[in-house]
Design a protein. Structure first.
Lengths: 312, 273
């Protein structure tokens, strides 16, 4: 039986005292999710035509790019292939401004609804479609939660990480088991693993800005806890030497006064003592080189047993 | 029928105004697994076992205050190093079921209880005497447990009797449980029911309850989880809260077992009524 199979995805204890580049006390990674709100089967023409999507692609993205430029922050744009194909000009502009374009599914679909072979085909197709549009293949793959999902961590199938390794991806964008990058082990015996970048729903704007969707309650616009979480975790990242990873959506955070939330956290992160900012791939490559799996992934021998009358 | 016996004439040892028990429900991904939640929910629980637990142990050790860790027996197989460290720090290790469920079948329930008692004793060198669970009180008494901590039929400790089995309960109130404010989808709750709070808001709730319980000399039991309060910003909030509580005279931070032993000695349950 593999090591703590179906319970753990990484080693027993995190790495402490990360020595970030440039002597920085912590890291800042910003992910921009370019998926419109959609269902578990992914984006349909209806969502591509929605007003929110139109706003995000034509008004939100330029506002975000300006904000990032003013704060000299690089971000990673997690982009479903169908979004990249619909708005190639925006994708090329994002890349030209020094940001990273990463894959976010073919259409931000839940891979648990796909057979393994179909999931593999879609990963290959998505990789190739990005290469055509942006000129380079994506190095990272995201599977972020949607605002209507029952759970807020995103979805991977039992095959996703293994297939991503096979397809040459260098990181998975929304790992939930640490607040720094960590190795997601798919086979403990061979130490086959993919780097996972940290994600936490409490740092994702979609759970605070008109959440749940209008019509599902009142008091849905809650910028205060989002701001407090970002700023509070930035302070904590400095204290504990971790990576603050925030996730924003152009159709949400760029609108009206909300942009001030992002301005605030970027301004604080880039004041002394400055967080080290990189794109997700920049952070992933640095981490993999500074803390390679060969020496940093410490898989303990399993003492995990099967017990009659217990879940295995 | 369950019977409650409230304690008359409640008082603390000289110089104590309020006992505050910090309790850490250390179940990492086990409850998520029992509920059949998806992989990245389990990974959020795994954060607690890999990362959060270590920060919380360091926090309570640095403050030199008591901590009671309610943990499922299977955590001893998943994260043994952190439990050994907790025992080395002098924290109490108590029962939180075998795999975060109590089987309805009496034989299996007893089997789970025995497995947990044995697993936790192997880590800490002594059998646990407290539990946060809904094991049958008759089973608990038979296996040597003297207190529970779930439910709040009073603001001070009280006795609960089922048949001829009596245990002390150290009141636990959901208003003092971090997961109620911070965990998305707690116990598979509906998406539309989620309102994630920030640390300052919850700090203010906890502090207001502390002020109220302190003024009346009651009892306080704050429940935190490894995968919830082990997040950096929340560790810093707890650090601030503990520091503020310590500034008040007569605040006692023992383990749950210490409070339970005090109650059993000073306010024994007496004959059933």
């Amino acid at each position: 039986m593999p090591w703590k199979d179906r319970y753990t995805t990484s080693d027993e204890r995190t790495l402490d005292r990360i020595a970030w580049p440039e002597g920085a006390p912590c890291a800042l990674v910003v992910t921009v999710d370019l998926s419109p709100a959609c269902g578990p089967d992914g984006i349909t023409p209806k969502e591509l035509e929605a007003e929110d999507t139109e706003y995000g692609m034509h008004v939100g993205i330029p506002r975000l790019l300006d904000t990032f430029a003013r704060h000299r922050v690089s971000a990673t744009f997690a982009t479903p292939a169908i979004v990249a194909e619909t708005w190639p000009t925006q994708i090329r502009e994002i890349a030209a401004r020094g940001h990273e374009v990463a894959a976010h599914g073919e259409r931000h679909e839940d891979p648990n609804r796909l057979e393994r072979a179909e999931e593999q085909r879609r990963i290959a197709r998505t990789t190739e479609r990005f290469a055509r549009i942006a000129g380079v293949r994506p190095h990272g793959w995201y599977s972020l939660p949607r605002p209507g999902d029952r759970y807020a961590g995103g979805q991977v199938s039992p095959h996703t990480i293994d297939l991503l390794i096979g397809a040459g991806y260098e990181y998975f964008g929304n790992g939930c088991a640490d607040d720094i990058p960590y190795y997601w082990v798919t086979d403990a015996a061979t130490r086959r693993a993919l780097l996972a970048m940290p994600y936490y729903p409490h740092f994702d704007d979609q759970f605070f800005l008109m959440f749940p969707a209008p019509g599902k309650g009142s008091g849905l616009e809650r910028p205060a806890p989002l701001r407090a979480n970002w700023i509070g975790e930035l302070d904590a990242a400095r204290t504990f030497g971790r990576c603050l990873a925030i996730t924003v959506h152009p159709h949400l955070v760029a609108w009206g006064g909300r942009l001030g939330l992002l301005e605030d956290v970027l301004a604080q992160a880039t004041s002394e003592p400055r967080a080290w900012n990189a794109t997700a791939i920049g952070c992933a490559r640095w981490f993999t080189s500074a803390y390679p799996a060969a020496t940093s992934l410490r898989l303990e021998p399993s003492i995990w047993k099967d017990h009659a009358g217990s879940l295995s | 029928m369950t019977r409650y016996r409230h304690i008359d004439g409640w008082r603390y040892p000289d110089g104590v105004r309020l006992a505050v028990n910090f309790t850490l429900d250390f179940d990492a991904q086990l409850f998520r697994r029992v509920l059949g939640e998806p992989a990245l929910e389990l990974a959020q629980g795994e954060f607690g076992g890999r990362t959060g637990i270590w920060r919380l142990l360091e926090l309570f050790h640095r403050h030199r205050i008591g901590l009671t860790i309610f943990t499922p027996g299977r955590i001893a197989e998943l994260y043994p190093a952190s439990l050994r460290e907790a025992a080395r720090c002098g924290f109490e290790i108590a029962n939180h079921m075998w795999e975060h469920r109590v089987p309805p079948e009496p034989d299996l329930e007893w089997d789970h209880l025995r497995k947990t008692t044995t697993a936790l004793e192997a880590i800490s060198g002594r059998p646990p005497v407290g539990t946060r669970s809904h094991h049958r009180r008759s089973s608990l008494v038979r296996d040597g447990y003297v207190y529970t901590s779930s439910g709040a039929a009073d603001e001070i400790p009280y006795y609960v009797t089922d048949g001829d089995a009596t245990v002390l309960n150290l009141p636990f109130h959901y208003a003092l449980d971090d997961a109620m404010y911070f965990h998305f989808g707690w116990v598979a709750s509906e998406n539309a029911g989620q309102r994630l709070e920030d640390c300052d808001a919850v700090h203010d709730v906890f502090l207001a309850h502390f002020e109220g319980l302190y003024a009346d000399g009651k009892y306080m039991n704050i429940c935190v989880h490894d995968f919830v309060s082990g997040r950096g910003m929340r560790v810093r909030m707890l650090d601030r809260l503990i520091t503020e509580m310590k500034q008040r005279p007569g605040v006692w931070f023992p383990t749950c077992e210490t409070v339970a032993r005090y109650c059993l000695e000073q306010f024994p349950p007496g004959p059933g009524r």
